[in-house]
Unconditional design. Structure first.
Length: 609
């Protein structure tokens, strides 16, 4: 299926050649490696998913019928009103793994409202055989119900069309469906419309799926898969892979993947990645014209969705995440080159990232509350603002980049006193506290759990200029203070129940929970530069020398593991070398701490009272 110019996409293919023997061989080994890495679900899980979807589809029809009857329709017309379920996300694209969710969209006729979705469908779901963990979030930007049915996580979005019935063969690709419908419905339709269009615009769906499966695994392993943190997300990865497939319509997966890395590394951003030319839309609205796109400087690596309304799927990319992603494209290109000539294995491509070995200094962003449900919302809010911190850090002189890690680390600590609670909220978790169990604090006055989610940003610092003498300081107090102000502007922020702390930490003081078992190198094995002092292997200075602010609430029996709290201005550090990594500067300078006023930042409550 091609456009009237005879090809898919906005420009002709680069090559229509069939793959050669070697490419066929490496495709076989690639598929073997993908299976070995466990990216495919079992046949049994696949059958369960189909069964669940079939049952849910019947439930949706029952829901529409029930609402119709309540609105006064006859049973026959209430049934004829239909109701249909569509899938999107990784399941729709055919690249889901074991344990992936199924993302679904309920399409309902005009007499079914969004309130019905939460007030009638959600309770029906709670009653549904095999359903657990049913939770509705009606106030979300894209309102959603999440659930688990027969062990399969499943998300439900809902779109109400301006139609009195939903035909069984309804296609969502017609832009006219978006007329006269609610914004939330337009947003809910977006995921399905984009997924369908991507599948329609690739020359060979199976090749696309195999290639995307490889790229998704690689991006996850390299920790560059996260829309919220400024990396490419699932949709962006799918679109770039689809674009490479358009450029080599007859190539097989091994060849697509090798070209993917070479082209992506050389891509002269910000040239947008387009799957489909978008001109004047049928809605008679002036939609975005790609010819004008390069003039839009706000997007660094623009990847534009192929459906109306055209959106940039990489809106969140910053200077730092662009550099990191580009560096990974280069690494990938080097490895696939070797795979093709037979001097490397595919497994090398999927090697785990080295984020926690890569930098000399990290920022820890610790979100805390005393309650599990509140923690999900608060940590989500903090996480969604971390890109703002990254962008502010990018303006700091002598910071090459600020590298956000793609996930937070969760912990629950059971504290006995206000002092312990404050310490935990600052990331000071002693062995005693970390070993304490829930039952150890039950019924004790002033005691309570503290839920923390800790996010990390790696700091790559410019090498010292030749000839420069004396200690240098890196002042990151402005970005970090601005960031805490920003997160506190959240409309539901409550100083008495939510804590936010930003502090810097040396790599040697990273807690064990960021490493896999056995991953942490013995301290003596940490690579050091010629002449570098041992500041990577031992605390820089005895704690008595560490400055403390007057209102530093660190308890006297401060924990051993993390008691270099890194939040206070240390004396300038001896130049050291980063342990590894593409951005590792040859030397690092002293860091001036974020200097957060503690009293203001450690507010946390046990919530439960
Ligand atoms: P997985 O296999 O992990 O489920 P996925 O690609 O299905 O991968 P989901 O997190 O389930 O990822 O998201 C499914 C879809 O929901 C995405 O493809 C996208 O269309 C939409 N989506 C999810 N998160 C966002 C977001 N933050 N902004 C916009 N759309 C999103
Ligand atoms: Mg999904």
């Amino acid at each position: 299926m091609t456009n009237d110019r005879g090809y898919l996409g906005v420009t002709p293919p680069i090559s229509t050649a069939e793959s050669n023997e070697r490419e066929k061989e490496v495709t076989l080994t690639l598929m073997e490696e993908l299976r070995r890495q466990g990216t495919f679900e079992s046949d049994e899980e696949a059958r369960t998913r189909e069964l669940v979807l079939g049952r849910v589809s019947a439930l949706v029809k029952k829901f529409v019928q029930k609402v119709g009857i309540a609105r006064g329709l006859s049973e026959a017309s209430a049934t004829a009103a239909g109701g249909k379920i569509f899938t999107f996300g990784s399941y729709r694209l055919g690249v889901h793994g074991p344990g992936s969710d199924i993302d679904t969209l309920l399409v309902v006729p005009k007499h079914v409202s969004r309130d019905d979705f939460f007030e009638i469908f959600e309770p029906m779901l709670r009653e549904f055989d095999g359903a657990t963990e049913v939770a509705g979030v009606p106030e979300a930007y894209v309102p959603i119900i999440t659930a688990n049915i027969s062990g399969i996580p499943i998300d439900f979005l809902m779109a109400r069309l301006a139609l009195s019935s939903i035909p069984e063969d309804l296609s969502l690709q017609d832009d006219n469906l978006l007329r006269n419908i609610d914004e939330r419905c337009v947003r809910s339709l977006g995921g399905s419309r984009v997924a369908n269009e991507i599948l329609r615009l690739v020359p060979n769906v199976q090749v696309f799926r195999d290639s995307l499966r490889c790229i998704k695994l690689w991006a996850q392993q390299r920790a560059i898969y996260s829309n919220v943190n400024g990396f490419f997300g699932g949709v962006a990865w799918a679109m770039v892979v689809a674009r490479i497939c358009q450029l080599y319509p007859n190539a097989i997966a091994g060849a697509i993947v090798s070209r993917f890395f070479i082209i992506l590394y050389q891509w002269s951003w910000p040239q947008p990645v387009l799957l489909k030319q978008i001109e004047e839309g049928p809605l008679q609205v002036k939609v975005w014209n790609p010819k004008l796109y390069p003039a839009d400087r706000s997007h660094r690596m623009p990847i534009i969705t192929p459906t109306y309304p055209a959106m940039c799927a990489t809106h969140n990319v910053t200077a730092s995440t662009q550099m990191i992603t580009t560096e990974e494209f280069k690494r990938g290109a080097d490895i696939v080159d070797k795979v093709i000539v037979g001097t490397a294995q595919w497994s090398e491509l999927f090697q785990k990232h080295d984020f926690f070995h890569k930098y000399r200094y990290y920022l820890q962003i610790i979100a805390s509350t005393g309650d599990a449900d509140l923690q999900i919302k608060w940590s989500g809010t903090v996480e969604s603002r971390i890109r703002q911190l990254v962008m502010k850090l990018e303006y700091v002189d002598s910071l090459i980049l600020a590298h956000p890690f793609i996930k937070g680390f969760e912990q629950v600590c059971y504290c006995l006193s206000e002092e312990e609670i404050r310490a935990v909220a600052q990331g000071e978790i002693s062995e005693t506290i970390s070993k304490r169990k829930k039952e150890d604090i039950e019924g004790k006055e002033g005691a309570g759990p503290v839920h923390t989610t800790t996010f990390y940003v790696g700091l790559a610092i410019e090498p010292k200029q030749p000839g420069a003498t004396g200690p240098r300081r890196l002042d990151i107090s402005y970005p970090t203070t601005e960031f805490t102000k920003l997160v506190k502007m959240w409309e539901k922020f409550d100083e008495t129940t939510m804590g936010i702390v930003v502090r810097n930490i040396k790599s040697s003081l990273l807690p064990d929970n960021v490493f896999d078992p056995g991953e942490r190198q013995p301290k003596s094995a940490v690579k050091r530069s010629k002449g570098a002092k041992s500041s990577n292997t031992s605390p820089d200075m005895p704690s008595s020398k560490r400055a403390r602010t007057s209102n530093d609430p660190s308890p006297k029996d401060a924990p051993v593991k993390t008691n270099d709290n890194g939040t206070l201005p240390p004396i300038a550090l001896t130049p050291v070398v980063e342990t590894a990594g593409a951005f590792a500067p040859k030397e690092s300078s002293g860091i001036k701490s974020p200097q957060l006023p503690f009293g203001e930042n450690v507010a946390v409550a046990t919530g439960a009272q």
